[in-house]
Design a protein around this ligand. Structure first.
Ligand code: M6R
Length: 631
């Protein structure tokens, strides 16, 4: 058991993985297996607590879950059927044993795990100190353990204690707690951070993500905002923070993927598996959304056609890879609908007082559906009267819940921190929305929509083709393992693809990687070119928009003349570019707007292989976490 002193300084726990279990199995085994599935959410430290023999036993350890498991192998906890666990991504406060969760009260009867930030923790802490509580640290979570302990001693009911405590908390949080005096109960609470109930047979689960319990049950309940849940073996009771029963207001659903989808399936890394799953993910995201006549049937987009016809501006908000998908969507939306479209980093959006009204359609793109910057941007947009459509991969997550409508991508669970299949499916969803807007507004007629849709429905096969030809890309990546810098260039939709290639390389290979619009080269970045510097160039199709193609071929010549080693991604059969490519990566012909779906894949493979060659952790790159639930 550990419950050591923490170093001074505020310690916050903003995006972490949480698991709770009550049932007939070993709680420790179930919780640890769940944490393994949630480690993508943070891997700075991990901890568990189980109720057994009338008491509470806990263990926690800095570093990955494997460190905790090693600790437990040396000092096993007693066996119990109720338990909680946590895997952490630290912001403030180092990833130490002491800062790991769970946090306990002084007598060690209550254990709490937490995801989020309790903003008024300093005031609560001072108040507790005045009442004689000896807090050992300045972590915000520990305050909750002490408050729960105090309230429980007067009411003797953990769920009621949680409700009373939550009413006093400010900020965003998910809390899960157990008390040794209620050995068959796990209590959870949620405000702004995710928490899902897994409903089993004689056992129930709580987790930040269904992946944690999918091996046991596919029946889930999505907890709403400001709700408390009490979990017993045979009962799940949900109330609001004020005690009002909420059972009618909760949303139960069946998870449409199974445990194997959350496993590596024979691949060394989740990222490799997820790259390989892209053809299926793309096909699944298209499935059922196109009718026999080739028209789009996006029933999920519940914003009435009359409203969509009045839209005079589209604004896309997203972060990271999802932002790159949004940048590409801008080209498609403006081209197919003629509605002005801006794509903006969600983290910048609301701070510049954007001009929005009822005629603005805001599209929020997010794999996790929990990214705080994107959530805040959509809330701001709705406050200004805009309609918000979410494009999201995670059923029941906060962003779709708070949007006017949602178009789900069907990528299945994406576990690797570096986004791959989610990106391709976000692109597909963006194309569908763009075409749908064109269809509703009459800027794109049925037969035109039909022809793009036909091309889209062939894309899955083309992605498959790209995947089959990746060995030279892997070889090339290995040969560049000792380089410090790689640049990426593109034009038109190739520009966001270049940015995405650079982002993948930064986060996985920890290399200096930058993406530029090729036309901007001569305005500064060309000064970076030196002998043998690898420069990846995304070349558009020579067909159709050949001006674009010719211009980038000139850019390639310019950098090559200055010593760059050119790595060119071009359409199969593009002979014009061949003489200037030191390495040529060919992709199947596609319409210009759809090219990102095939051109991004080699860049994912390239980054993954370079990371491996440099000895980096592919699925869990340093300093990162999958869901970024802080601003
Ligand atoms: O869950 P989201 O799509 O909202 O996440 C947005 C970004 O944090 C995410 O795409 C991030 O950039 C990826 N790690 C990139 O691979």
């Amino acid at each position: 058991m550990t419950h050591g002193r923490r170093p001074p300084g505020r310690t916050l726990h903003p995006m972490c993985g949480i698991v709770g279990y009550v049932g007939g199995q070993s709680a420790l085994d179930v919780v640890l297996a769940g944490l393994r599935r949630l480690e993508y959410r943070g891997y700075d430290s991990a901890g568990v607590a189980v109720l057994a023999d009338g008491g509470l036993a806990a263990a926690k350890k800095a570093g990955k879950l494997a460190n905790l498991e090693k600790e437990l192998a040396g000092r096993p906890l007693p066996s119990g059927a109720t338990g909680i666990g946590h895997t952490r991504w630290a912001t403030h406060g180092g990833p130490t044993d002491a800062n790991a969760h769970p946090h306990l009260d002084n007598p060690g009867r209550v254990a709490v795990v937490h995801n989020g930030i309790i903003e008024n923790f300093a005031a609560l802490r001072a108040e507790l100190a005045e009442r004689g509580h000896a807090l050992e640290s300045e972590t915000d979570t520990e305050v909750v353990a002490h408050l729960l302990s105090e309230v429980f001693s007067s009411c003797g009911d953990l769920a009621e204690s949680m409700r009373q405590v939550c009413r006093r908390l400010e900020g965003a949080f998910t809390l899960v707690a157990v008390h040794a005096d209620e050995p068959d109960v796990v209590v959870g609470a949620r405000r702004n951070s995710p928490l899902v109930v897994g409903v089993g047979d004689g056992e129930n689960f709580l987790a930040s993500d269904v992946a944690a319990f999918i091996a046991h049950t596919r029946e889930a309940i999505e907890l709403g905002q400001d709700q408390v849940v009490e979990l017993r073996r045979d009962r799940v009771t949900v109330t609001g923070f004020d005690g009002t029963p909420a059972d009618d207001a909760v949303r139960a659903y069946h998870v449409d993927w199974d445990a194997s989808a959350a496993e590596k399936g024979g691949y060394d890394y989740f990222m490799l598996k997820e790259i390989a799953e892209q053809p299926r993910a793309v096909a699944d995201t298209l499935l059922g959304r196109i009718d026999a006549a080739g028209s789009l049937t996006l029933d999920e987009v519940r914003i009435p056609a009359s409203v969509l016809r009045e839209v005079d501006k589209v604004v896309i908000v997203a972060c990271g890879t999802a932002y790159h998908a949004g940048m590409i969507a801008k080209y498609a939306i403006e081209h197919w609908t003629r509605i002005p479209c801006e794509t903006e980093l969600a983290s910048e959006f609301r701070y510049r007082d954007p001009i929005l009204d009822q005629r603005t359609l805001v599209i929020a793109i997010s794999q996790s559906g929990e990214t705080m910057d994107t959530l805040m941007a959509l809330r701001h947009a709705r406050e200004q009267g805009a309609n918000v459509l979410a494009i999201c991969n995670t059923n029941g997550s906060t962003i779709p819940r708070e949007s006017d409508a949602v178009l789900y991508t069907h990528a299945g669970p994406e576990v690797a921190v570096a986004s791959t299949k989610a990106f391709l499916t976000q692109l597909v969803a963006c194309y569908l929305v763009a075409l749908y807007l064109g269809q509703v507004r009459g800027t794109k007629w049925g037969d035109e929509v039909g022809s793009v849709v036909r091309e889209l429905s062939e894309i899955a096969g083309e992605v498959e083709e790209v995947l089959e030809t990746m060995e030279p890309v892997r070889e090339l990546a290995r040969s560049l393992a000792d380089k410090n810098t790689v640049l990426f260039l593109g034009r038109h939709v190739g520009y966001p693809v270049a940015l995405e290639g650079a982002l993948k390389l930064k986060e996985l290979a920890y290399m200096h990687a930058e993406g530029f619009a090729a036309g901007e080269l001569k305005h500064g970045p060309i000064a970076l070119i030196e002998d043998d510097l690898p420069v990846v160039v995304v070349v558009p199709s020579p067909r159709g928009r050949s001006v674009l193609h010719d211009k980038i071929v000139s850019n390639i010549q310019e950098i090559r003349a200055r010593g760059a080693r050119t790595i060119v991604i071009a359409e199969r059969g593009d002979e014009a570019v061949r003489p200037y490519a030191d390495h040529l990566i060919e992709v199947p012909p596609t319409p210009v707007l759809l090219q990102p779906l095939v051109a991004t894949v080699p860049l994912q493979v390239f980054a993954c292989e370079l990371a491996t060659a440099r000895g980096n952790e592919v699925d869990q790159p340093r300093n990162l976490a999958k869901s970024v639930t802080v601003e």
